[in-house]
Design a protein around this ligand. Structure first.
Ligand SMILES: [Zn+2]
Length: 109
């Protein structure tokens, strides 16, 4: 399994250590903590916004996924707020850069 070839297909995988269960980011075949082999699985698409900014008319955010990894994404719908929820709706590789598109949802009671 290859992280980038899967990302190109719109699948966001993360590497997790078989031994100590650490999520290793950036993705790698081996754990950076105990040096054992990692396995690949799909990342949860739901994350929490840590910070965001606005450039021209587009919001960008840094969000945390699986309580561990930080991803920069473009907000394609909704207005972000710190600690708000985002969902990855699209991802891939464009011009050799990873991209993640997210929607920002307000929590409603
Ligand atoms: Zn490990």
């Amino acid at each position: 399994m290859n992280f980038e070839s899967e990302l190109k297909k719109g699948k966001f995988l993360i590497s997790e250590c078989n031994h100590c269960k650490k999520i290793v980011w950036p993705p790698s075949e081996f754990c950076n903590q105990c040096l054992k082999e990692n396995s690949w699985r799909k990342c949860s698409p739901i994350g929490t916004i840590i910070e965001f900014s606005k450039k021209e008319n587009t919001y960008f955010c840094v969000a945390k996924f699986e309580n561990s990894i930080k991803i920069i994404g473009e907000i394609i719908s909704g207005i972000p707020k710190v600690n708000g929820i985002v969902k990855i709706v699209d991802c891939g590789i464009k011009n050799n850069n990873y991209f993640f598109k997210m929607t920002s949802k307000m929590l409603s009671n």
